[in-house]
Design a protein around this ligand. Structure first.
Ligand SMILES: Cc1cc2nc3c(=O)[nH]c(=O)nc-3n(C[C@H](O)[C@H](O)[C@H](O)COP(=O)(O)OP(=O)(O)OC[C@H]3O[C@@H](n4cnc5c(N)ncnc54)[C@H](O)[C@@H]3O)c2cc1C
Length: 553
């Protein structure tokens, strides 16, 4: 924790120097003494200390200052540092004002000038106040703080990015905390953009670009080199698996991730069926461990880095990144997975991020404590979402289009849902619209059997309704099925013939695409079993096939 500050303010230089001298002599090492020659200068200093989350233990102000009186200053200072002890330096004639300030600004002590000898008239009082401050002041949070409003989309994006990348942060809701509001107003200087992100070193980012945020939060966004043995696009379980095995086999490898390591699995609150974790493991935890493992072995993970195109200059593969830069490699692995399908109903687009979320938006869960939330969908991910939100929400309502859950959900989840009192399941239910002025307030669904529409009030809706493959970057380059999933290995051989354009005198390896040296693994691959374990397994197998491929070129 940073050294706590004692701030002294007085417009009379002689008095200010005297108090500074005495404070430094007595508190040297334990507190940092900061002085200010006016109330305004002191407010500026306090704002900066607040932005850096430096604790302020005590404020000592002269009452008689022409531009801003001591009481006025303490009143403004209280909004920034409510826990700091407040001491007013007074002349005899100010006693009444000082007594009034006890209630008005929560004054802790008023001190008559002069205070000589300080050993008798100053230090004992200040020591007492400071020991009280130490006993009661909340431990300051000195990590990243994000200030915004719950219903602002850009605030949600920043929180979601940090949460999904497992970067701890403190959320400050400016609608609920006047302290947060004051802090944001000081940082914005009249601008109207949210969120404001405060870093412990004092830097402030306003509505930041996620790449800038990632770099500032300690992630790497720029490759060290421009050529690698293997480039892996996508750091879900498949890409992370490949990253671990590539480095372990001694290949130079770069792993590119656009959103967050862990991919879809990273958004799962509890993965129960991954080998070696008898009590289950959160997707975030699994991703953190896997990313650390890949990095320790030597794979470079580039965060907030989107691959936008791939081309082949045989035998090399070149990946273009969103910022226009390029990475070349000998073998390329596509592990871009898929994302959840968007719900097409009136109101959904407008309220996405403001009560409507895709997948289990873990960062939002705690905000819906005690409220009603909806889960839309009937597959395992929806079931897991329902179980997760049941821990926070008063009521979880699952809206399923199918006749029953058995159509799309594993029996163990159906059993867990049935045994959870605050989850209700409404089948035959198709969402037709959502409503709310600046945040979700209600959901209307239609009974697909009878056509009857029902509107239910609730605060959040989490949507899990199917998948879209992330294969756009290799569209037209590698063979895909009609839905956009990448075809590999033996599936490329139709009626005993290799696919058109295949240039090698051998068959494609099992995870190889229709372009030699480009591999596809995990959920993006046609015909795969969509599980964490299979994705990780394919990551490992792909590296052994990369090895075989590299021996042929
Ligand atoms: C909520 C939920 C719960 C689940 N629970 C379980 C479970 O309990 N057990 C289980 O076995 N499976 C579970 N699954 C399924 C499992 O998570 C997936 O099968 C697995 O994540 C697939 O891994 P992947 O690496 O192939 O793809 P993904 O996990 O989809 O990862 C792909 C990654 O590639 C990135 N990417 C995409 N395009 C680009 C680009 N152009 N540039 C850079 N990066 C890009 C994406 O941002 C993403 O991070 C769950 C899925 C969800 C959504």
């Amino acid at each position: 924790m940073a050294t706590p500050v004692i701030l002294a303010v007085d417009d009379e230089p002689q008095v200010l120097n005297a108090i500074e001298r005495d404070l430094r002599r007595h508190f040297r090492g334990d507190y940092r003494v900061v002085k200010a020659a006016s109330g305004a200068e002191a407010v500026d200093a306090l704002t900066k200390l607040k932005e850096r989350a430096t604790p302020v233990a005590m404020l000592i102000s002269d009452q008689r200052m022409p531009a801003m009186s001591g009481i006025e200053f303490l009143e403004r200072a209280r909004a920034l540092h409510p826990d700091a002890k407040k001491v007013l330096l007074t002349a005899y004639a100010d006693t009444e004002a000082a007594i009034a300030a006890i209630n008005r600004v929560g004054l802790d002590h008023y001190l008559m000038k002069p205070w000589d000898p300080p050993e008798q008239n100053l230090f004992p009082v200040l020591d007492d106040l400071l020991s009280d401050w130490h006993a009661n002041a909340p431990l300051p949070y000195d990590g990243i703080r994000v200030a915004g409003t719950l219903w602002s989309k850009s605030s949600h994006n920043v929180k979601d990015f940090l949460a999904r990348n497992r970067v701890p942060y403190q959320w400050l809701d400016i609608e609920k905390s006047s302290e947060a509001r004051t802090l944001v107003e000081a940082a914005l200087l009249g601008e109207h953009r949210l969120p404001v992100v405060f870093f412990p070193d004092g830097e402030v980012l306003i509505d930041p670009d996620l790449r800038v945020l990632a770099e500032k939060a300690g992630m790497h966004t720029t490759a060290k080199g421009s050529f690698y043995d293997v480039v892996i696009i996508g750091a879900g379980p498949a890409g992370l698996g490949a990253g671990v095995y590539a480095a372990a086999e001694g290949y130079s490898a770069a792993l590119l991730e656009n959103e967050a390591t862990g991919g879809q699995a990273g958004t799962s609150s509890r993965i129960e069926n991954y080998l070696g974790f008898p009590n289950g493991i959160s997707g975030g935890d699994l991703a953190t461990r896997a990313a650390a493992q890949a990095q320790r072995l030597g794979t470079e993970i580039l965060s907030a880095t989107e691959a936008v195109a791939v081309r082949v200059e045989a035998p090399y593969k070149i990946v273009t990144l969103k910022d226009g830069s390029e990475l070349s490699c000998r073998a390329l692995i596509i592990a871009t997975g898929m994302s959840l399908r968007e719900l097409d109903a009136p109101g959904v687009k407008e309220l996405t991020g403001a009560g409507v979320y895709y997948g289990a938006a873990l960062s939002e869960a705690a905000h819906y404590r005690g409220e009603r939330v909806f889960i839309v969908g009937g597959a395992n991910s929806a079931g897991q979402g329902a179980m997760f939100f049941a821990r926070f929400a008063a009521q979880v309502t699952v809206l399923v289009r199918a006749k029953d859950l058995a159509a799309g959900m594993s029996q163990y989840l159906i059993n867990q849902i049935a045994a959870t009192d605050n989850i209700e399941v409404i089948t035959d239910a198709a969402v037709v619209s959502v409503g709310g002025s600046d945040r979700l307030e209600c959901v209307t669904y239609k009974d697909v059997a009878t056509g009857t529409e029902t509107t239910l009030r609730g605060s959040a809706m989490f949507v899990f309704i199917g998948a879209i493959p992330h294969s756009g970057i290799v569209k037209g380059l590698v063979a895909m099925n009609e839905h956009g999933f990448i075809v590999t290995g033996r599936d490329l051989i139709v009626d005993g013939k290799r696919s058109a354009g295949w240039t090698e005198p051998r068959d494609p390896l099992p995870l190889e695409t229709s372009v030699p040296g480009i591999f596809a693994i995990g959920d993006i691959r046609n015909g795969v079993v969509r599980r964490v374990a299979s994705a990780v397994g394919e990551g490992s197998v792909a590296i052994s096939q990369v090895h075989q491929y590299l021996q042929t070129v």
